[in-house]
Design a protein around this ligand. Sequence first.
Ligand code: EPZ
Length: 417
Amino acid sequence: MDKYIIEGGVRLFGEAEIQSAKNAVLPLLAAAVLTDGQVKIHKCPRIADALNMVAILGELGCKTRFEGDTLCIDSADAANHEIPAALAKELRSSVFLLGSVISRFSRARIAYPGGCDIGLRPVDLHLNGLRRLGVAVSEDGGYIDCSCARLRGTEVLLDFPSVGATENLILAAAKAEGTTVIRNAAKEPEIADLQNFINRMGGKISGAGTAVITVEGVKKLHGAEYTPVSDRIEAGTFLIACAMCGGSIALKNADPVNIASLLHKLREISCKIHAENDKIYIECSRRLSPKIVETSPYPGFPTDLQAQMTALACICEGATVIVENLFETRFKHVPELIRMGADITVRGRSALVRGVPRLHGADVFASDLRGGAALTLAALSAEGRSSVTDLRFIDRGYSAFEYKLRALGARIRRVRV
Ligand code: EPZ
């Protein structure tokens, strides 16, 4: 197990390049199973979730190799419909494979997926949607077994705009017989990436980014190359890091449209931000409280930036109410922030954060991906030395996190525990 040792209190200056989006790459990897042609995903980040997904593809019989930062996938010899439990439990996105494995093999078997422990994370919306497409689903002993001789397009109404369920249904419907209309679909930018990639493979999908996505089933999908959208959550994490530490940084390969809700909040607290081409510039010397931060599906404030925003609120002038509407237990970073001197009271899905002038260093422990990033930012801004233990969580979604922060002047190093 690794940990960061951080000497806090250093302002950040310089430029960081944003990686391709973890939550775009993962469904693209699932889509590679839909074709027996060659797929190339350029600028594929070497993050644990992507590497675990690559390992699962290998278990299905796909051949994978990296050529620099291009991941090449050849699924011609894929023949196994069972996703190994040990790997499925490593990440949430294993469940996306249901749609593409059923489409390829007419059946699929998977253990309940893993992922960050931030709530119950049921898969009922995924399974009910697949049933609508004609899939027979049975759940027994922690496994989900699916079979379907022929997927048939139909109308599917999602009770909630679930990102994963929307993506799973797109993957299952891409080669179904007839047309599928997904209503109350999630609108996240990563879903538009999946649509664009499958269309480049010969698919006929439209409406991604809106609440109604139409998938016209095609007989065959051929290989394709694709460069995923940049990671809006990594970009937001670095912007909040600068807001907390002070200084002035530029982010390369960042799209201001995809994080408009965060930019709005950062301007509210008096950060100076401007964007041109694919760069975002931020300068921050004062932090007024944003008063309220409420997470909601895209284009609302992203739940994946809630922990980082909670850390920022700890050192804003005034009080902030944080409301987490997406996940039931996504405040596990709060007790650790309190150990650093934060003044936070949690009641259910709301946290009242009273700003303090500065946090102080402490030995803190990460319990999920974005919470680990939030604790790292808190340590960078705190007075004195901190450690952040169990970097397995951060490694799931951030490539070269400490290197990028060090390049901005942060005093951070990774040590083996
Ligand atoms: C995706 O998770 C992301 N993960 C999450 O990012 C992100 O937080 C989430 O979308 C919301 O934006 C990936 O894309 C790999 P959901 P997902 O289905 O698909 C409920 C990160 O840090 N729900 O949109 O699992 C669910 O419990 C990760 O990068 C059901 O009730 O999220 C939650 O309350 C964390 N039944 C809400 O919907 C279902 O079948 C949103 O979940 C599915 C979901």
